[in-house]
Write a protein that binds this ligand. Structure first.
Ligand code: ADP
Length: 497
């Protein structure tokens, strides 16, 4: 029985912790990545904005006194060499290029003139935009030393000796990049360490609290389920609606109620079954004992018995065989109904005609007991929609009872009347009646009003009637007053032609 997973909570806690750690790591990595990206971008924007005028300054300062071109039209390399060395000495991240108006690189100290693979030109688009908005906006341009990469730059146009072009200055050149990535690495390492430490401390605290709260209700539920499983059928989750998992708590409580309810039902069914077996065996034994007694007497005293006595004994044995077979039949019928092996075959039929037939069938028995048996309202033809043989069985039991429990000179009436969409069937007698306190129990098998009545029947007749009513989704009511008589009333759906 004890198959409750004992590791339920720890397993869940482990999973929650794992999820938490993964979450913290992911958050940490994203945080570092995002901050790094924006810090870098901010740095680049600041550098570009601060150095936006550098290219203009170069032109204003240097090209006033000396031309960047020699008389033969070639580039004044010494001038440029000095200029660039000066600038790069101040800021080693800077790389200066002299471009013609088409964007072709005319000269730069950072480029090896013999390198065939070196980039020969830069695109003019970013340079034009930079000059147009005076370096106010963040723009990236080609880096001739790292083809395919985009860098921050400063640019300005020159017009000297009829030659036009641009001074193009990469502000975050190779050297800048090297320094920046070393610093970035250190920055990331420090940030990562700090952030990881801080987040781990906070996450551990929050995690502990969250997991404790999350599993609090689970712990209560688990212990209740375990108690129930170990046999404490009264174990229920207290205040299920206030639980964080109220659906589960309520479902468990409902399930526990259903299980205990079913156990109670099974126990009472079991009790009734045992009662039935005890009573049936008693009822079977009595006529059997009588039969045995009379047959033995007939065998032993065959010679000494008169013919009349023999006839009387044979009649008694005959009656007891009848009783036995009726009891066995009823038992068979009842057990079939109870086991739900009977499916009603509903069809339209005339309840008036059926009543006529039954009255005719019981006429002789009633006359023998000097009881007036009659059908009320025999003219109107009432049709119902029901199982004809089951209804016949129920009516038979009710008429039989009415005759059985009515004294001579009494009256038994079967009346039919249309009530809305139903036909009401009423079997009324002027017999012994049933005490009010007994009325609720007469439809339960083996409940007989008093012990003396037990002689007269099996106690199964009304139980069978009740089952037949259930199969027709209807109920039977009894109205009875002791010494005045009883009425058994039920409805069947009328069949509209
Ligand atoms: P039984 O075979 O004993 O008649 P039933 O199930 O038919 O069993 O009836 C159960 C009990 O209900 C009877 O024993 C009797 O006490 C009471 N009962 C049923 N019908 C009538 C009736 N018409 N008048 C008085 N008592 C009745």
């Amino acid at each position: 029985m004890s198959t409750t997973p004992k590791t339920l909570t720890p397993k869940l806690v482990k999973k929650l912790w794992l999820a938490f750690i993964v979450l913290v790591l992911m958050m940490g990595i994203s945080y570092i990545g995002i901050t790094g990206y924006f810090a870098n971008k901010h740095n680049q924007e600041t550098t570009q904005r601060l150095n936006a005028e550098v290219a203009n300054h170069v032109i204003a300062e240097k090209f006033q006194n000396a031309s960047p071109f020699l008389e033969d039209g070639s580039v004044n390399k010494p001038l440029f060499g000095d200029l660039m060395h000066d600038m790069m000495a101040v800021n080693r991240g800077i790389e200066v290029y002299l471009l013609n108006e088409g964007g072709e690189i005319l000269y730069s100290v950072v480029l090896d003139p013999n390198d065939q693979d070196a980039t020969k030109s830069v695109s003019l688009g970013p340079i034009d935009s930079f000059i147009a908005d005076k370096g106010e906006n963040f723009i990236l341009g080609d880096d001739p030393r790292s083809p395919g990469e985009q860098k921050i730059f400063s640019a300005a146009p020159y017009s000297v000796d009829g030659r036009n072009g641009f001074i193009y200055i990469i502000l975050a050149g190779k050297r800048f990049q090297e320094v920046s990535s070393t610093l970035m690495g250190q920055y990331f390492a420090r940030l990562g360490l700090g952030a990881t430490l801080l987040t781990t401390i906070f996450a551990a605290l929050i995690g502990l609290l969250a997991i404790w709260f999350l599993t609090k209700n689970l712990r209560v539920i688990t212990s209740t389920v375990r108690r129930f499983n170990e046999g404490d059928l009264t174990a229920r989750i207290e205040n299920p609606d206030s639980s964080d998992i109220s659906i589960f708590a309520n479902s468990f409580n409902e399930m526990a109620d259903t299980i205990t309810g079913n156990i109670d039902k099974m126990q009472s069914v079991d009790l009734l079954r045992r009662e039935l077996i005890a009573n049936v065996s008693h009822d079977l034994r009595t006529p059997l004992a009588i039969l045995k007694g009379y047959i033995e007497t007939l065998q032993i005293k065959r010679e000494s018995l008169t013919e009349a006595e023999k006839q009387e004994y044979l009649q008694i044995t005959h009656d007891n065989v009848d009783k036995l077979s009726k009891l066995i039949n009823q038992l068979f019928e009842y057990s079939k109904l109870e086991a739900e092996q009977v499916t009603p075959v509903k069809e339209p039929f005339s309840i008036t005609e059926l009543s006529h037939d039954l009255i005719a069938k019981f006429k002789v028995l009633a006359e023998q007991k000097q009881i007036e048996l009659q059908l009320d309202n025999p003219k109107e033809n009432n049709m119902v929609f029901a199982d004809v043989s089951l209804v016949e069985r129920a009516l038979q039991n009710l008429i039989e009872n009415a005759i059985k429990y009515t004294e001579p000179k009494g009256k038994v009436t079967l009346s039919l009347s249309k009530k809305g969409k139903n036909v009401e069937i009423n079997i009324t007698d002027t017999g012994t009646g049933i005490p009010v306190n007994e009325q609720p129990f007469i439809f339960d098998r083996y409940k007989q009003v008093d012990e003396s009545a037990k002689k007269q029947g099996s106690g199964l007749g009304l139980a069978i009637v009740k089952k037949i009513m259930e199969l027709h989704d209807t109920t039977i009511t009894v109205l009875s007053k002791p010494k005045e008589g009883s009425s058994f009333i039920f409805n069947l759906p009328a069949y509209q032609v």
